[in-house]
Ligand binder design. Structure first.
Ligand SMILES: Cc1ncc(COP(=O)(O)O)c(C=O)c1O
Length: 425
């Protein structure tokens, strides 16, 4: 295959005619496939459904003397706090165990920051003239939605292969209006990269002008390898403490991609002072979270070592799907030289960088041929990707047979959009 950049106009026109015919062919199949959101597949949910029978009798419902069926222990059952401390390698007193969604707690933190302030806030953020959030992108669209919902100005920080552009981050935090940054440090959504040690050190050592600047360290994919062994990851809570700003970081994780998505438990890890502050704040809206579910989860997942075994079961379903995406891209697109992507070893997503100016067109072509991808640009603040060159692939939900068809459509659409762009000139 000749790279598109080396083709003459005549060759490009011939290639366009060929690819257009292929596109018409796949369109005629009237497919209806979805690779839009990072949902676990039914096969994965089935693999962990033993959890449904973990609690059988009233006697099963106790954590020591504590009856999980009753009010109390707002910060979480002791066994659940110990479990998450094991997973995130921090201390149980740094853990607050929440409800079924970590995103809910992230949103609550922002909400309380605006209405009441965080520890160290001179005043609630709603009284500030302006509040700015740093948004490394491509990133998780729902993070950006929270910022937008509360009226923060979202500032785009480019991602690099080692994490966000830290020179930019360090520069921006000199502005006291910059109050927050949102990151997914391990198997980032959607690039699938792991932040380098240097990036993590630079995060812990940030010296922001705002006394209440907060890092949302969304460790949603902390143990979510689908290839190779578990990759150890530093404890940001103790790192920020050692660097002298213990209250600057809020870490999050959940079982949404371990047991049931939206039906599991979540946790926040933070300084002891922050845990105490937010136990008070959340106590206004909640007498206690669902401790029966917390207990069910701890009995099922046991500890980090055993949970990593559960993650291997997930990996057996996930890996063939990521390999399928990678195979199609390597065979069909790589030799043509106009797009790039990252092959992650964990997480739920693949970032696909198209020829600049063609991501939206590729997305539309896929949609017209019955394949739904995450909306082009959604991984950027305000859904605005300045280069129109990014698509997020979420291969977890469809079975491999469907993925094969979806990838055929995607690779044809990528080529067609690129050829249209080249022939425009
Ligand atoms: C980075 C990231 N954070 C949070 C979530 C949602 O987690 P939860 O179900 O715990 O709210 C997701 C889901 O895709 C995610 O990708």
């Amino acid at each position: 295959m000749t790279p598109y950049s080396c083709m003459t106009r005549q060759q490009l026109e011939a290639e366009h005619a060929k690819v257009l015919a292929q596109y018409q062919h796949v369109k005629d199949q009237k497919l209806n496939l979805n690779m839009a959101r990072g949902k676990p597949a039914k096969a994965q949910l089935d693999l962990v459904s033993d959890i449904l029978t973990v609690l059988q009798t009233p006697e099963d419902c106790f954590d020591g003397d504590i009856d999980s069926r009753n009010y109390g222990e707002l910060a979480g059952l002791p066994c659940a706090r110990a479990y998450w401390a094991d997973v995130l390698e921090c201390k149980p007193e740094n853990i607050f165990v929440g409800g079924a969604a970590s995103l809910n707690m992230m949103c609550d933190i922002v909400s309380r920051a605006f209405t009441h302030g965080l520890l160290g806030s001179p005043q609630p953020w709603c009284k500030e003239e302006k509040v700015k959030f740093l948004c490394p992108a491509p990133g998780y669209d729902r993070h950006f939605q929270i910022g937008e919902f509360y009226g923060a100005e979202l500032i785009y920080i480019p991602m690099t292969p080692t994490g966000p552009d830290m020179d930019m981050v360090e520069e921006y935090v000199k502005d006291p209006q910059v109050k927050m940054i949102w990151v997914v440090p391990k198997y980032s959504n959607p690039d699938g990269i792991i932040f380098s040690d240097e990036t993590i050190q630079r995060f812990a050592n940030l010296k922001p002008a705002a006394p209440d600047f907060a890092i949302i360290w969304d460790n949603a994919y902390c143990i979510h390898e689908f290839e190779g062994d578990y990759v150890p990851f530093p404890d940001i809570i103790s790192m920020c403490e050692e660097a002298g700003r213990p209250n600057m970081v809020f870490e999050f994780a959940s079982t949404s991609k371990i047991t049931f998505a939206g039906g599991g438990t979540s946790c926040m890890a933070a300084s002891v002072a922050n845990i105490q502050y937010f136990t008070g704040v959340f106590g206004v809206q909640m007498i206690s979270y669902d401790k029966v579910n917390q207990l069910r989860h701890v009995k099922y997942m046991k500890n980090k070592a055993y949970t990593l075994e559960i993650m291997k079961r997930h990996a057996s379903v996930m890996a063939p799907k990521f390999h399928c995406v990678s195979r199609w891209l390597n065979q069909e697109i790589k030799p043509l030289g106009f797009a790039r992507w990252v092959d992650p070893k964990g997480g739920y997503f693949i970032s696909l960088y198209t020829m600049p100016g063609t991501a939206k067109r590729t997305w539309s072509l896929c949609r017209e041929a019955g394949v739904v991808l995450t909306t082009a640009g959604a991984a950027y603040p305000y859904s605005h990707n300045p280069n129109d060159d990014h698509l997020r692939i979420a291969p977890s939900l469809p079975p491999v047979e469907d993925l094969e068809k979806a990838m055929e459509v995607l690779t044809i659409s990528l080529k067609l959009a690129a050829l249209e762009k080249l022939l425009e000139k």
